[in-house]
Design a protein around this ligand. Sequence first.
Ligand SMILES: [Zn+2]
Ligand SMILES: [Zn+2]
Length: 267
Amino acid sequence: MEVFFWGVRGSIPTPGKSFAVYGGNTSCVEVRVNNHVLIFDMGSGIKNLGDSLLQRKINNFDIFLSHFHYDHTCGLPFFKPAFNSDVNFNIRSGRKDMKKVLGDQISSPSFPITLKEFKANIKYDNFKVGDIITIKDNIKIFTLSLNHPDGAVGYRLEYDNKSVSYITDHEHEENVKNEKLINFITNSDLLIYDSTYKDEEFENYKGWGHSTWQEGVRLSNYSKIKKYAIFHHNPDNKDNVMKEIEEEANLTSNNIMVAKEGMSVKI
Ligand SMILES: [Zn+2]
Ligand SMILES: [Zn+2]
């Protein structure tokens, strides 16, 4: 199993020199399990992933959506495989009205095309949050409801005794041990976690639906996480700030990394 980070930024893409090291594209993570591709979120990072899938001639895959905020869906109309009639994929989410919500995002006068323009065979599959989804080769996907405005779903992928947890966007409650989340992610080989803020500034952002990198450290300790990837970077945090966070995080443990666009992790 290998995890590729195509988009690691939160809220809005941040192009430009000051963001070049950690990356400016919004949430999109690819997990390759044997020959199967799973994609978590369709932020602006999915544009480059789409080009790579076509190049690699990968015509079947599964997309899992955490939620429908623009930073997690804005890449879909620029995802070239969606316009290729040889391609088949599922988009899965915890909303029954997924197709309507995506259709409203991609329609006049906000956008010049509609979902009807897609030529790929796309299935819009909704699940009940809490369901366990099994796909090819007995890959299991567990789902959990997160604390975020309009809701969000956290995922845990398990295959052959290996696991990756994808937990974004989520706001924690200060000084509360979230047993449900701790159990859900327990013993993950990789935890990808919403680390938009620092503990020191969290007070100013209560109710915004995000967490802190230090909360990710606490969860990692409770859950015996093997590797924790700081993710969904604050769009205000230029490379110099991200580097400071990385240095501080590395002092707390050897098992922390800051997700960078273009990075991959073998599990
Ligand atoms: Zn987000
Ligand atoms: Zn969100």
